[in-house]
Design a protein around this ligand. Structure first.
Ligand code: FPP
Length: 251
């Protein structure tokens, strides 16, 4: 039997409702390995994102957060930055209709004041038109820095005498321009071989399971996603407690 057939199938997942976050790394290297300019990798990476977004609900993923552009990515060469921004804008324009049809609710986390007004308009239009989607909540992180969001949330919370974790999550949502409280991440996937968080969802990943793969993002397939979800399901999540079997043995 091929390895493929042993992986999570769409019909054996449905007791789960996951928040998966993905650091889509390796686009540049993927292109360079093929003697192409880095932008080829980003363009191919956008196609991968489309395939993974379409597949996500089949694997029990209710919320998918993709790291599309970090606040530190502004440090890249100006030409790469403007091509990435243009790519995001084009994809948004072409994908809103499909998102509505597929019941995908789109929202964006990150700063908006440094983005072009055309892109911000496109983002707001996409949020408005897809707000009734219930199959998948797709969150794209654009000009996003988790430390910056945490700092802004801390400023907002400074005078709150009755601060709780739940309320802090609400402040975080406001700090990243999101209507919804920041949901905890269940599974964090990073492609491209690096094993770090790169200022992504630091608060939300407090109890996330991490899945690192050397596969470059343009090569990340639905089968890879199924593998990551399978691996996640095989892990025991204890959230700081001890396994139930050990509790019973102590009684
Ligand atoms: C990291 O690869 C990837 C990015 C900085 C951009 C991610 C953007 C996309 C995949 C396209 C837009 C996505 C959507 C959802 C429309 P890298 O350039 O750091 O790769 P490297 O580590 O090989 O240099």
């Amino acid at each position: 039997m091929s390895n493929h057939l042993k992986l999570t199938r769409p019909d054996d997942k449905m007791d789960i409702s996951l928040h998966v976050a993905i650091i889509m790394d390796g686009n540049g290297r993927w292109a360079q390995q093929r003697g192409k300019p880095r932008f080829w990798g980003h363009r191919e990476g956008a196609e991968t994102a489309k395939r993974i977004i379409e597949a996500a609900p089949k694997y029990g993923i209710a919320t998918l957060t993709l790291y599309a552009f970090s606040a530190d990515n502004w440090k890249r060469p100006q030409q790469e930055v403007s091509m990435l921004m243009q790519l995001l804008q084009n994809k948004l324009r072409s994908e809103v209709k499909t998102s509505i049809e597929n019941g995908v609710k789109l929202s964006f986390i990150g700063r908006r004041d440094r983005l072009s007004s055309a892109l911000v308009e496109q983002m707001e239009d996409a949020e408005e038109k897809t707000k009734l989607g219930t199959n998948l909540h797709l969150r794209l992180a654009i000009d996003y820095s988790s430390r910056e969001v945490l700092m802004r949330a801390a400023q907002m919370a400074a005078d709150d005498q009755n601060l709780t974790r739940e309320k802090f999550s609400q402040y975080l949502a406001r700090a990243m321009h999101s209507d919804d409280a920041a949901p905890d991440v269940d599974l964090l996937i990073r492609t491209g071989g690096e094993q770090r968080l790169s200022d992504f969802l630091l608060w939300e990943c407090a109890y996330a399971e991490f899945y690192f793969t050397p596969v470059m993002w343009p090569d990340f397939s639905e089968e890879e996603l199924a593998r990551a979800v399978d691996e996640f399901k095989s892990r025991e999540r204890r959230f700081g407690a001890i396994p139930q079997a050990q509790v019973s043995a102590m009684l």
